[in-house]
Write a protein that binds this ligand. Structure first.
Ligand code: NCD
Ligand code: ZN
Length: 343
């Protein structure tokens, strides 16, 4: 197949940052996605409905005129989050869920959650309201090996949470392991997961190919090949529990090429094109539309986009850098070829 026409996709996990940086990356997403669910790990984090509303207005103001792109919001859960705030978020109409970062698990997660038990009144309210909990599913126990943090979190934190709140809708974000695929596959219908293009395309060897490669560093970190294969199977078989979330996470080139480079891969410039590569290699292009444009909207109870996009199999070379506010970022596949392009 050389031309693929699909319903306009949505990105159910995206980092846009703020200010001039946001303004420079938003066109990459708005060029092909109808909606994106924006992560709240700003500095300071978006912990209230009022903050999320103000951020949403800044995002809308930085879109080009007549852009049909719709930003959707999440709130950042803290140990101190009040169930009343959950109620306000739910009633706002523009907040689709609450994001749980275990404290210190990833970029700007320092103010995240230390004690899940303390949040049981919040989870009870969310369960009653059927309001989704979005989880960065990695243990922060320093004794747990960095490659085992997702599996450990599932067993030690997620299983008890689901036992205590069996009706709570959950999205396990950016899953990276066979353990996560199996867990989601076997769990109830209202428990789903997003999968990134980079976890579908690369395994952990990419981090060390000929030297240390900071632009392949993200969290959860890339895993070994057998896990990547499990993710490909999950994404490309038409299972509605798995849907698109790019986790495109821009950082300046300096912040990544450093003695302590930060976690996050920028992929928005080629996101749907990279997913198309994966589905094409699997001879599953007919399953891309469900994964990219249908299952996520259905999970969140939103209508499907009415527009369509077309992709053509035609290679192009990704630029070495893109503008990121006053600085630059280095995109995934910089200087290399991508097999599909948007017509
Ligand atoms: C994300 C970021 O930079 O905000 N980084 C990442 O490696 N994925 C945060 C996150 O989603 O973990
Ligand atoms: Zn993320």
């Amino acid at each position: 197949m050389q031309i693929l026409r699909i319903r306009k996709p949505d990105d159910w996990h995206l980092h846009l940052r703020d200010g001039a940086e946001m303004a420079s990356v938003i066109p990459h997403t708005a060029r092909c996605f109808g909606r994106a669910l924006l992560m709240p790990n700003l500095q300071p984090p978006l912990t209230t409905t009022a903050q999320a509303r103000a951020y949403r207005n800044r995002v809308l103001a930085s879109l080009s005129e007549n852009s049909p792109f719709q930003p959707l919001m999440t709130l950042y859960l803290r140990d101190t989050t009040d169930p009343q705030e959950i109620q306000r978020a739910k009633e706002s109409g523009f907040i689709q869920g609450i994001k749980l970062y275990p404290a210190g698990a990833t970029t700007n997660a320092e103010q995240g959650v230390r004690d899940l038990r303390q949040l049981y009144p919040v989870f009870a309210r969310m369960e009653r309201e059927s309001f989704p909990l979005l989880i960065h599913g990695e243990s922060t126990d320093p004794d747990v090996d960095v490659f085992d943090r997702e599996a450990y979190f599932i067993e030690n934190d997620l299983v008890p949470l689901i036992r205590d709140f069996p009706e709570l809708p959950i999205v396990l974000e950016h899953i990276t392991t066979k353990e996560a695929v199996d867990f989601i596959t076997e769990s109830a219908e209202h428990i789903a997961a997003t999968i990134t293009p980079h976890h579908l395309l690369y395994n952990r060897s990419a981090l060390f190919a000929g030297g240390i490669r900071p632009h392949y560093f993200c969290l959860p970190v890339l895993k070994r090949e057998s896990h990547r294969q499990a993710l490909i199977q999950a994404a490309t078989r038409g299972n509605p529990k798995f849907f698109l979330g790019t986790d495109s996470a821009p950082h300046t080139r300096e912040a990544k090429e450093s003695a302590c480079g930060c976690a996050g891969i920028f992929n928005a410039h080629a996101a749907i094109e990279l997913y198309a590569e994966v589905f094409s290699d699997e001879h599953a292009l007919d399953k891309l539309e469900g994964f990219a444009s249908v299952y996520g909207a259905q999970f969140y109870g939103l209508p499907l986009n009415e527009e369509f996009i077309q992709l053509r199999r035609e290679p192009w070379i990704v630029p070495e850098t893109y503008a990121f506010g006053a600085r630059q970022l280095r995109p995934l596949r910089a200087g290399e070829s991508v097999a599909w392009r948007i017509v």
